[in-house]
Design a protein around this ligand. Structure first.
Ligand code: PMV
Length: 307
């Protein structure tokens, strides 16, 4: 039984989404995590193999906070099934700690594969809810946007605690995703913003509210295919992310290189403090911006279109 799940980019609204403001995200269909389940000898129980981490462990012996084991236990409890004699293997093309949703993609792909092996097709809502429980282990206080966009595999307008709005977009966006090569630990970035917000509530609330308003405008621009306006809104979001302290000189260098090479807009994506940036480009502009990002030191550049 084989399954997969895409990566994701947050187009706008990261961090403020944790405090109830809207955000938009889109799946990155070409960069995926794969999971498969094979039957094993009777009595062997469920083994978990994370190829990229070089890890193999028995579900029975796994600690409660091991993410893949936690996911497998949640799926079995959700389905009311006994532990099967099988091997669940995951392998991801997504960078770990890169802001592209690798944790949620592993959870969704693994949940789909394990449920499929047990004869059940899980709905996007069920997959999202299961992956959200594991996101809490990774991130502490996740908004839920990663598991939502990855389980639905559609662009979403997301407000924490509300059912996601799947966006009907007339045409996909062309994005470049450039990896700064610096790992980004979402839990730490979110905790640092929370601490600073507690110390300076008015400053942070004002910026979160500006980001929230900008996300609504970006939705309208995207739906109307007004890409120059969407690009400007991404730039404005980046300025506010810098003001809340989650950008870095390395991310700024990549963003500047993309803009100077003709990107319509560019910003960090995900938690910041490292990880990836996105650049909105036209079909004609894509090669020059990709070259500029590589020249500015990006360790990997993905050319993608959102679905
Ligand atoms: O770093 P990522 O891709 O997991 O994104 C985190 C997004 C935040 O808004 C910073 C946190 C969250 O839970 O939404």
């Amino acid at each position: 039984m084989e399954s997969s799940a895409p990566g994701k980019v947050i187009l706008c609204g990261e961090h403020s989404v944790v405090y109830g403001y809207p955000a938009m995200a889109a799946p990155v269909m070409g960069v995926r995590c794969r999971a498969w389940v094979e039957a094993a000898a009777s009595g062997s129980g469920l083994s978990l193999v994370a190829v990229d981490l070089g890890e193999r462990l028995a579900l029975r012996a796994a600690p409660p906070d091991q993410p893949l084991a936690a996911l497998a236990r949640l799926v079995l409890a959700h389905l009311g099934c006994e532990e099967p004699d099988a091997v669940l293997t995951v392998h991801s093309d997504l960078p770990i700690a890169g802001g592209l949703g690798s944790g949620a993609a592993v959870s969704v792909a693994a949940a789909r594969a394990l449920a499929g092996f047990l004869g059940v097709t899980l709905s996007p809502a069920a997959l999202s809810a299961l992956a959200y429980e594991v996101e809490k282990l990774h991130h502490g206080t996740p908004s839920g946007i990663d598991n939502t966009v990855i389980a639905w595999e559609r662009p979403v307008y997301f407000v924490k605690g509300q059912p996601p709005e799947v966006l009907a977009i007339p045409a996909p966006l062309r994005l470049l995703i450039a990896d700064s090569g610096i790992g980004a630990v979402t839990r730490e970035a979110v905790a640092a913003v929370r601490q600073r917000r507690e110390a300076h509530p008015a400053y942070y609330e004002a910026r979160f509210a500006q980001i929230g308003a900008l996300v609504s405008a970006a939705r309208a621009a995207w739906e109307q295919q007004d890409l120059p306006t969407l690009g400007q809104l991404l730039d404005a979001n980046q300025a506010l992310l810098a003001e809340i302290g989650v950008s870095t000189p390395r991310l700024e260098a990549l963003i500047t290189a993309a803009r100077q090479a003709g990107a319509l807009g560019a910003k960090l994506t995900g938690s910041g403090m490292g990880g990836n940036i996105i650049a909105l480009v036209t079909a004609e502009g894509m090669p020059a911006v990709a070259d500029a990002l590589r020249a500015a030191g990006a360790v990997h550049v993905w050319q993608t279109i959102t679905e």
